[in-house]
Design a binder for this molecule. Structure first.
Ligand SMILES: Nc1ncnc2c1ncn2[C@@H]1O[C@H](COP(=O)(O)OP(=O)(O)OP(=O)(O)O)[C@@H](O)[C@H]1O
Length: 267
């Protein structure tokens, strides 16, 4: 699906050079959800921009579905790029357009109108009831789900997500991750997800590429967390935690939501 071979990227501005990636080789399978983790400045966003060819590699090749976008004519490259959806940290919705109009925007850029499809996409992300709302009337998590519907409107086979949960609190972040997991599961979309938050990667990704100062220093398999323990009483849970057990519940899991609901109910 995606194959990077010996990819390096150096940004050049005037006489200055800023190296961002060195000799990265990585393959992503169709239908996979790959996380990309790394500290600020490690090259994560650059890697995403190389995959949809918003940036050209300085060395090496990037193939998507067997095609090297660098070798395509600009028009063909733009056409291929439309089949790659993008989701950003700050949602990037147009403030003066409703949720439905935002979702319809990529279609209208292709001179297409398909109100049914727009409605289906909003339904898919659980935002059909908010079709007529403006971004300022929605929570951050709701805005991000509209942004996911917008990215899906052109039926992309690949979704690139750049820190999609970083502007959200834990609750909304887990909703967005559940939405992305459903996209992968039900629409069979390959997803590359950049995040510096390991919990986010762990909640849904199959593997994670680790970037450090522009170098790929490892690829980790994500191991599904063990099922959360349930306790017959509050005292049993306290004893478990104080006697060395873990009280972690993974965001996005059923146990996490049930735990939140229990705690809200108890408050
Ligand atoms: N357009 C650009 N021009 C010049 N240098 C750039 C440009 N974009 C990124 N860089 C530099 O390339 C390096 C990698 O940046 P990149 O944005 O890919 O990292 P990142 O891991 O996504 O960081 P962050 O988590 O802070 O977004 C950094 O040193 C950055 O300053």
């Amino acid at each position: 699906m995606i194959e990077l071979a010996g990819v390096s990227k150096t940004y050049r501005r005037g006489g200055d050079e800023a190296p961002a990636l060195y000799d990265v080789s990585l393959a992503v399978a169709r239908g996979e959800m790959l996380g990309v983790v790394g500290e600020s400045g490690s090259g994560k966003s650059t890697l995403l921009r190389l995959i949809n060819h918003l940036e050209a590699p300085t060395a090496g090749t990037v193939h998507v579905d067997g095609e090297d976008l660098a070798r395509l004519a600009p028009r063909a490259r733009r056409r291929r790029r439309r089949r790659i959806g993008m989701v950003f940290q700050q949602f990037n919705l147009l403030a003066n357009k409703t949720a439905a109009a935002n979702v319809a925007l990529p279609l209208s850029l292709q001179r297409r109108r398909d109100a049914d499809h727009v409605r289906r996409m909003l339904e898919f992300v659980g935002m059909a009831d908010h079709a007529a709302s403006y971004p300022a009337q929605l929570s951050g998590g709701q805005q991000q789900r509209v942004a996911i519907a917008r990215a899906l409107s052109t039926d992309p086979h690949l979704l690139l997500c750049d820190e999609p949960t970083s502007a959200l609190d834990d609750h909304h972040a887990s909703e967005v991750m559940e939405t992305l997991a459903a996209v992968r599961r039900e629409l069979d979309t390959t997803i590359v997800l950049v995040s510096h938050e390991l919990d986010v990667i762990k909640s849904s990704c199959d593997r994670a590429a680790i970037l450090e100062e522009g170098r790929l220093t490892g690829v980790a398999d994500v191991v599904a967390p063990p099922p959360a323990q349930t306790f017959s009483s509050y005292a049993a849970r306290v004893r478990h935690v104080l006697e060395g057990g873990s009280d972690r519940r993974e965001p996005g899991s059923r146990e996490f939501r049930e735990g939140e609901a229990r705690e809200e109910g108890a408050a």
